[in-house]
Design a protein around this ligand. Sequence first.
Ligand SMILES: [Zn+2]
Length: 94
Amino acid sequence: MSSYRPSVDNVILASSNEKDGLYEFIVHMVDGTECRVFYNRTPEWKLTNISRLQKTPCPVCRKDFICRCMESFTGEIDQQMNEGQWFEKAATKA
Ligand SMILES: [Zn+2]
């Protein structure tokens, strides 16, 4: 088991389809890891997909190609998105 814990540092809205309630965010972690995260906000914000951007090696398995490690942090990242009010912050910056 890895001791890695994601820590959300900044969130940017990459794309959205407000009519369908679909949002794509780029989430920057404190350690430099970046993830592409998809949400459906109907009826409430729900994380539907997460994948690591392959700019830096995976903080968990150290691979620099596609892996699914970040999926195991879905709940934790979702919680930080809520606690940090990133939906509101990122949406108004778009
Ligand atoms: Zn990995």
